[in-house]
Write a protein of this length. Structure first.
Length: 303
């Protein structure tokens, strides 16, 4: 196991919570009465071939986003990258928060402006203050908001195609080029921002050393000691693509199918966590995609 049982459980629990929040948010915006706020509109799908066209646009947008990230990282344009993250985080948080506060439509809490006012301080702390509790809390809300934008653009076939492409890219980026590791290190060390779950913790050996130091060293000496902090992370893509797939299955076959997708994704991720080795990097999407595809297959067999 790459991380201890407690940390692994925390990551998996956060993953599952985010998936179900995602289902709630996506379901909220399925209704014609509950359109996306802030002027965001999804194109109307008139025929099945439209999904293929939109799928092409999504892939192109994904490639452009990756290229822009590396361009700005190479030329050390950290300020623009942080602003980019800030804008995306604020909008995504607002979409999720608005879907929740919309239930209070007879009160002022149901206004889009209120959602933005709640999202803004959270986004500021997340991007510019680096508080890991706020960071992980906002991660629970960001991906459901993004998924609500993308789910209407995809059907079962195109979302499966997207999963396969992302999984292949993930394997290449982790095992062949090392791009994924470089992106993660750049975000954490340079930008001080990470898109995904981020849980720092001390190993059992380090905790024992600290207890020993507290008994034998003075406070001034203890402060000079360097303590190695372990980090458990799960990238944002590993979180959002299962939500998008569950959302597509929700609109296709219903809630039970969406839950099967979430279950499959969680089992795939859990398998990776429990059988991965320490100090090794693994692409999570192939394992998550495998679980999702099983969930989709079971959905069509059962429903």
């Amino acid at each position: 196991m790459k991380h201890n049982l407690k940390i692994t459980a925390i990551i998996l629990i956060m993953f599952v919570i985010t998936q179900f929040i995602g289902i709630y948010v996506v379901d909220h915006y399925f209704s014609e009465e509950n359109e996306l706020p802030f002027g965001l509109e999804t194109p109307e799908i008139e025929k099945q071939s439209d999904y293929s066209i939109l799928f092409g646009f999504i892939i192109i947008a994904f490639v452009i986003a990756i290229c822009l990230f590396f361009f700005m990282a190479k030329f050390k344009i950290a300020v623009i990258l942080k602003l980019w993250f800030f804008v995306v985080v604020t909008i995504a948080l607002s979409i999720t928060i608005f879907s929740i506060t919309r239930n209070f439509d007879k009160l002022i809490f149901g206004l889009p402006l209120i959602a933005i006012l709640i999202a803004l301080p959270l986004a500021i702390i997340k991007i510019f203050k680096r508080n890991f509790l706020v960071h992980n809390f906002t991660e629970l809300l960001i991906y459901p908001g993004i998924a609500a934008v993308f789910v209407p653009l995809l059907n079962v076939y195109t979302v499966i195609g997207l999963l396969v492409i992302i999984s292949i890219y993930d394997m290449w980026a982790v095992w062949h080029s090392g791009i994924m590791q470089k992106m993660a290190k750049y975000q954490i060390n340079k930008l001080k921002v990470f898109s995904g779950f981020f849980v720092p913790y001390l190993s059992k050996h380090t905790r024992k050393r600290i207890k020993k130091w507290k008994k034998t060293l003075k406070k001034t000496e203890l402060k000079k000691k360097k303590i190695k902090m372990n980090i458990a992370i799960l990238g944002g893509g590993d979180i959002i693509f299962p939500i998008i797939t569950a959302g597509v299955m929700l609109k296709t076959l219903g809630l039970a199918s969406a839950i099967l997708v979430i279950l499959g994704a969680t089992l795939g991720l859990g398998y990776l966590f429990f059988f991965s080795e320490k100090k090794k990097f693994y692409p999570a999407m192939p394992f998550i995609t495998g679980g999702i595809l099983i969930g989709i297959a079971l959905s069509y067999l059962l429903f």
